[in-house]
Ligand binder design. Structure first.
Ligand code: NAP
Length: 286
């Protein structure tokens, strides 16, 4: 029950109305019996500093940060974890004992969670897209000891930047999406991860589209695992096609839940909830 002692955790972004975090986090907070609620606060770019400073002064225990503030928020944090620094993005904040923001990034843990029990050492991978999520994905593939990463993107400048960033850590190459060589790579890949928003349920995209179009996928074989970071619709057009071809598939819901579990643990100094508590809350809602 919400009382006059109840504190809160908030998601800060713009927009936030589509976010599923309040659903799963409130289920987890209730499961843990904490006097805390989770809310979403829309915040424009120009208000970010004011909002973050104001939240320090009231009964806010922690924050999630989403688009478009994941990079800008660096300017307002006193402590930043090595992984947030490496990924150049922050998605979780809490107040330290000095009442200053301490920051981290839980997307990497979220991405790895569904892959943990698969044997992927020395395997070949492809990442589609070269935006923010691709960074966590590439770092995750490095941590999981993949032998090669090929990043396919339509955006030459962000692709070059990404390859430069990770070049000394693993055998990594960048390809533009219209490069014919991509066909051979798809045929050989053990894992393909889609980090583009293509296939997502929004007014911006046709619901039935595949990343880089249908012909891009013609050499896909059943031995390849397909991981789509998108969780709505479930399954995405890419996962539908992959299932038809006999591939093992993973959707973005597990990553969403796992990064949320990790954030909750950060805010509560180590408390844990079972995966199914947050996952079931989302499945019931979707
Ligand atoms: P982002 O920074 O905007 O990057 C998106 C990437 O996809 C960019 O390389 C972009 O290229 C490319 N792209 C966009 N539209 C495209 C199109 N029509 N065809 C081909 N490429 C296209 O976004 P993000 O933060 O990385 O997020 C990407 C996706 O991952 C979103 O759908 C997001 O919801 C999902 N995600 C899921 C989770 C989860 O927990 N499951 C976590 C993080 C992200 P340009 O630069 O040329 O636009």
């Amino acid at each position: 029950m919400i009382s006059s002692n109840t504190s809160f955790i908030a998601l800060i972004g713009n927009p936030v109305s589509h976010s599923l975090s309040p659903i799963m986090q409130n289920a987890a907070l209730q499961y843990l019996g904490l006097d805390l609620i989770y809310i979403a606060i829309p915040c424009k770019d120009e208000d970010l500093e004011l909002v973050l400073n104001s939240l320090k002064k009231i009964n806010c225990k922690g924050l999630n940060i989403t688009i478009p503030h994941k990079e800008k928020v660096f300017d307002f944090c006193n402590e930043i974890s090595p992984i947030a620094n490496k990924l150049k993005a922050i998605n979780t904040l809490k107040l330290n004992p000095e009442k200053e923001w301490s920051a981290t990034n839980t997307d990497l843990d979220g991405f790895i969670y569904p892959l943990k029990n698969l044997n992927l050492t020395k395997k070949q991978s492809i990442v589609l897209g070269s935006g923010g999520a691709a960074r966590s994905v590439i770092q995750g593939l490095i941590n999981l000891n993949f032998s090669t990463i090929s990043v396919v993107s339509r955006n030459k400048s962000s692709l070059d930047e990404l390859i430069k960033n990770f070049a000394n850590q693993i055998k990594i190459q960048g390809l533009l999406s219209n490069d014919n060589q991509a066909q051979n790579l798809i045929e050989e890949a053990d894992l393909i991860v889609n980090t583009t928003p293509v296939g997502m349920k929004t007014s911006q995209y046709e619901m039935n589209t595949l990343p880089y179009g249908e012909t891009f996928w013609r050499s896909l074989k059943s031995k390849t695992t397909i991981y789509d970071l998108i969780y709505n619709p479930a399954p995405t057009p890419l996962l539908k096609l992959s299932t038809k071809k006999g591939c093992f598939t993973i959707d973005g819901l597990q990553m969403l839940v796992a990064q949320g579990m990790k954030s909750l643990s950060f805010w509560t100094n180590g408390l844990e909830v079972p995966f199914h508590v947050m996952n079931d809350a989302l499945k019931k809602y979707l």
